[in-house]
Design a protein around this ligand. Structure first.
Ligand code: ZN
Length: 182
């Protein structure tokens, strides 16, 4: 893959509450050497955006709660613990498009909640890049850089939301509360 990813949340939410590889003791039951992504705390119902163009699979559940995989060329990214997702399996999405709202969903096999506080869990796997101790999840650090953060929705080259973007969003998310940058 060779593309710059967008930040998956509105720009006021840049805190990382749990980095990649942290708390190995929590992840022993999952066969992981530690946390397999980044946790970005944010209030419930915060919109989350795909960080790149691709197509979505919103069918993931279980410990990750309502969650979405977005498949790009040679990689996929993952947004977990959402209150809800939008879009259907196979639907194409453009970088910056809203794909759900954050929350704290997810349950273990024994029925207990698996999510520690409200946050977005974000992860990435790249085809052909192994990371056995983390079931091939990779450290988001080189992919999600706050220094190069771009704000949400699909932004044109000038960083502006176009009329067309707004019309697309109204069709995709009728009646949604739209976050506006700036
Ligand atoms: Zn996490």
């Amino acid at each position: 893959m060779n593309e710059e990813l967008l930040w998956p949340l509105p720009p006021e939410f840049t805190t990382i509450s749990q980095r990649f590889g942290e708390h190995p003791e929590w992840y022993v039951p999952y066969g992981l050497a530690g946390h397999e992504g980044w946790d970005l705390p944010c209030p419930i119902e915060t919109p989350t955006f795909t960080t790149h163009d691709g197509w979505i699979d919103p069918s993931w559940r279980g410990e990750y709660g309502n969650s979405v995989r977005i498949y790009g060329e040679g990689f996929f990214t993952f947004h977990a613990h959402l209150v809800r997702t939008i879009g259907a399996y196979g639907q194409t999405v453009r970088a910056g498009q809203i794909i759900g709202w954050t929350g704290d969903t997810g349950v273990r096999d024994d029925g207990t909640p698996s999510c520690r506080g409200r946050h977005l869990h974000w992860g990435i796997k790249v085809d052909g890049v192994a990371n056995a101790a983390f079931k091939d999840w990779l450290n988001p650090e080189p992919f999600l850089r706050r220094e190069t953060m771009k704000t949400g929705w699909h932004l044109g080259n000038e960083g502006e939301i176009t009329e067309l973007d707004w019309r697309i969003m109204e069709i995709l998310v009728p009646g949604c509360v739209v976050w506006m940058p700036g």
